[in-house]
Design a protein. Sequence first.
Lengths: 190, 190, 190, 190
Amino acid sequence: MRIRDDQKREAICRAAIDLINSNGFEDTSISKIAKRAYVSPATIYVYFANKEDLLNQIYLKVRLEMSSAMMEGLDEFQPVEEAFRTVWFNFYNYAVENQTDFAFGEQFANSPLVNRIDRDEGERYYGPLIELFERGKREGIFKDVPLAVFSAFAFFPVIGLIRNRHSGNLVFGKEMLERVYQIAWDAVTD
Amino acid sequence: MRIRDDQKREAICRAAIDLINSNGFEDTSISKIAKRAYVSPATIYVYFANKEDLLNQIYLKVRLEMSSAMMEGLDEFQPVEEAFRTVWFNFYNYAVENQTDFAFGEQFANSPLVNRIDRDEGERYYGPLIELFERGKREGIFKDVPLAVFSAFAFFPVIGLIRNRHSGNLVFGKEMLERVYQIAWDAVTD
Amino acid sequence: MRIRDDQKREAICRAAIDLINSNGFEDTSISKIAKRAYVSPATIYVYFANKEDLLNQIYLKVRLEMSSAMMEGLDEFQPVEEAFRTVWFNFYNYAVENQTDFAFGEQFANSPLVNRIDRDEGERYYGPLIELFERGKREGIFKDVPLAVFSAFAFFPVIGLIRNRHSGNLVFGKEMLERVYQIAWDAVTD
Amino acid sequence: MRIRDDQKREAICRAAIDLINSNGFEDTSISKIAKRAYVSPATIYVYFANKEDLLNQIYLKVRLEMSSAMMEGLDEFQPVEEAFRTVWFNFYNYAVENQTDFAFGEQFANSPLVNRIDRDEGERYYGPLIELFERGKREGIFKDVPLAVFSAFAFFPVIGLIRNRHSGNLVFGKEMLERVYQIAWDAVTD
DNA sequence: AATGAATGAGTGTTCATTCAT
DNA sequence: GATGAATGAACACTCATTCAT
């Protein structure tokens, strides 16, 4: 009996993400994914129950990778500002360095597919970030607003900027990036 | 006879938007659109060259409606702050009151389909907003940043909040909305 | 707009019956049926909702044809014996002359598919036969047994004989046929 | 170790018969059989050459079991009537008590699959029954007809009645059964 | 002997689009 | 202009079978 091959599983996910990014969900079929991953269509069903399961698992995996990338270097004893800075740049860097994964996540999150999955599963990993947010509020540093508002101003602008990167009309250097960070910080602090 | 045509065309677009919002691009076929619009599949090809053309035209139409909704009540003699307030609340209200159209727009904008259309076509209608932005900068009110950064902090947070509305964990009243607006205003002004 | 073609529908049914008779339900796919009927697989779905619907409709059609063949020449003023003789030979002749349809019916009737259809639909056409049976009982000619027992001895032996015809070890002439009929008549009469 | 093997083989046959009876040949795949028998698909190929071989072996096994059930208690010194009675009730009881096996046999016998197997293999075990038939004819008790006609009236009516049992419109007690037996006896005797 | 992984070929069905009226 | 019929190509998925252990 052969044993399952994690590289194969990985190749299938990679192929799916790439195809979805270049052609969209609509034009990404199981057989195209199979072809790109150099496996038989039937093999995909050894690793995933069906297409929806494949997409969900990829989404959750991407979310997990992104969230753990965001939390990297974060600890509860850092001053709030330092911690926020860490998270913010982690997020920005992840989005820039993992363009395809990030784009896949955004496309999935804006499609009705996202409503069919267990949302808690996807949000589970943000604990440390939420704690940071609460601590910042307790220390009177962050504005006293709901978490959704906080992250809308802290992180969504980055998504907007990344979206514009593709159009090519947004190229900015270190200085501008620092400027943007500063605006975000000002927006969420009192 | 002219009226009849436009009604039919409208019905087709409406059906397409609704189906895409509830089932995604993937599960929205020409024949399902036809069925929901009470026309024959062949009839759709009287109004649109093919499926891609249908989707593009819908997207451009939605963008146009949204942009003109945003500009409503805007004129070049208003003080900058009043004008910004107008645009911001116009945007928020449009997103809330036209949920399906807005969701369609977001879904399309995050899919690779958006890269295949003439982007200028979509952006053409934002002239007055750009002028407002330039005027605000000249008057030393808005921060001296690129347009992309400006709108990333002015409008993207709203998109983030709307996205969370669906999850149901974001319900806020007039007061909170005013609060959010104030944060946006603070973020984009010096 | 083209209109539906009853010949096409007929060709599809014919192709399905023939294939099922030579290869069984298992080896009879939609695409094989399509090929044999000189239509596209998709065309079959213009005339039938799905494969199950196709098979059910064929079965009901065959049953209907068989039952009306059986009733041919039957009227309520004939003496019971003459009427029974008519029906019995009608049945035998139908089975012999419409081998494929008959075989299809037997195969379907012995498969679990038959349990999924509306049985009443299939039995509806036997009214005159049932009336003959009741009349025969009233006149003290037929044995006083349930209908199921009556037809088990009147008609099932014929099915058994037909089944053996295929094996080739049953070839009999007019005389023997008359003999078999006589046994059936004796079995159901007092 | 020998015992284990036979249990596994038995489990595979059992699983196949059950699945075919509830879902038909068409919906009964090797992997479903494997799952139901708690073995690997590959294991089935240890015991059977391929799917056709599996089905044939099951059919022959069922025929063998049925025929030996029919012959039980039969010996060549019994009077013909007693012997016939024994065989007839054996047949009826087998059909009623082994519903699934019997239904499988009927389904297989009415499908083209039956034509692909060695028919002699299946008929080999009916020797004693044939002898009884010949003896009855010699003694002037049974009608002088071919074997096929004899069994068409002796046994096929039972098959017809069993077929109707499933529809639920045939429930009969000891008395009626005796009645049916009597009709069969009358039909085959002079 | 026994197994889960692996697969090319096939399944039933739907697709976007065109045809004929 | 409007339509239902028609279709080749594609879809997601399962098949019987073999492979590697």
